[in-house]
Design a protein around this ligand. Structure first.
Ligand SMILES: [Zn+2]
Ligand SMILES: [Zn+2]
Length: 306
């Protein structure tokens, strides 16, 4: 399961009820922040998530509404006696260049940062491997080069069937780990127990796909195929498709058709402009894909399989 909390859901400039783009994705002890618009550190406090374990910050692209909050956030992390020793900031080269200027020419100008900062140049492919999940970066088209989206994919697994194991007399302990790892065991009475005897059907892991701003959807269908949830932008309504094209964005209708074509379970729209009524945007999206939500700041979603 991934737990997703929106910290900011506005596009380009803040609104009274929406901060600039940022979200946190939690999985077990991991926390990933995706984008860090201006004001994100206060949103973190208001959300109740706080600053702990904020070790991985993934940036989608270099536009200021997605990165300016890093200055304040990293400055606060450096001042506080948090348990955090290091922060990894992941982004394409253009984003990292700008972030490097922000952090080393402004925030830590002339001083050494009191915490380890790792700026990680993102390439398409697996970015991070957890014990039971991967984070994969994929390129997206927006304005300028090096824009990325991120896929959070739990590994498929076969559940351990306790009842069957009990009935067969498999003791609790390392034997069970061995079976889960796919190796047979021999019991004290000489009987051989095979993994198939105690493991259920293969269950596909949860798939969550997140993008920042995107200017087209065709190239995204494949990577988003079968996602349990897609988080993407809904900056324009369908009537303003011309403006969307000019500015490298998509419309809510395009986002909805993407979710439909990818066979996704749920679509969550963010990066919302103040120029439309939310109800209208939602209706427009629902014409193509029924399970759509317009995210609000501090909304939390548990992304899991039923
Ligand atoms: Zn943006
Ligand atoms: Zn942008």
């Amino acid at each position: 399961m991934f737990e997703l909390t929106f910290l900011g859901t506005a596009a380009s400039t803040p609104l009274t009820r929406r901060g600039l783009p940022s979200m946190v994705i939690a999985h077990d002890e991991y926390r990933f922040m995706v984008d860090c618009g201006e004001g994100t550190q206060r949103q973190l406090l208001c959300s109740g998530l706080g600053f702990r374990r904020l070790e991985h910050i993934l940036i989608t692209h270099p536009h200021l509404d997605h990165i300016l909050g890093l200055g304040g956030l990293i400055s606060t992390l450096a001042q506080w006696e948090t348990s955090l020793e290091r922060v990894h900031i992941y982004g394409g080269k253009s984003a990292l260049d700008r972030i490097e200027d922000l952090l080393y020419r402004i925030v830590f100008r002339g001083v050494r940062p009191p915490l380890e900062l790792h700026l990680v140049d993102v390439q398409p492919g697996v970015l991070l491997k957890g014990e039971d999940f991967d984070v994969v970066a994929f390129p997206v088209q927006h304005r300028g080069p090096d824009c990325y989206g991120y896929l959070f994919q739990e590994h498929s697994r076969r559940p351990f069937l306790n009842d069957k194991a009990e009935a067969l007399g498999v003791p609790a302990g390392p034997e069970r780990r061995q079976l889960v790892a796919g190796q047979p065991i021999t019991l004290a009475d000489g009987r051989v127990i095979r993994p198939d005897d105690v493991l259920g059907e293969l269950q596909r892991g949860v798939k969550l796909v997140v993008t920042g701003d995107v200017g087209e959807t065709k190239s995204l269908v494949q990577i988003m195929r079968g996602a349990d949830a897609i988080v993407t932008e809904g900056t324009y309504n369908d009537a303003d498709v011309g403006l969307a094209r000019e500015n490298g964005h998509i419309t809510v209708g395009e986002a909805a058709r993407l979710a439909r074509d990818a066979g996704a379970q749920q679509l969550i729209l963010t990066h919302l402009s103040g120029r439309y009524r939310e109800r209208d945007l939602e209706e427009e999206a629902k014409r193509y894909f029924p399970n759509v939500v317009l995210a609000r700041d501090f909304d939390t979603f548990k992304i899991k399989r039923d």
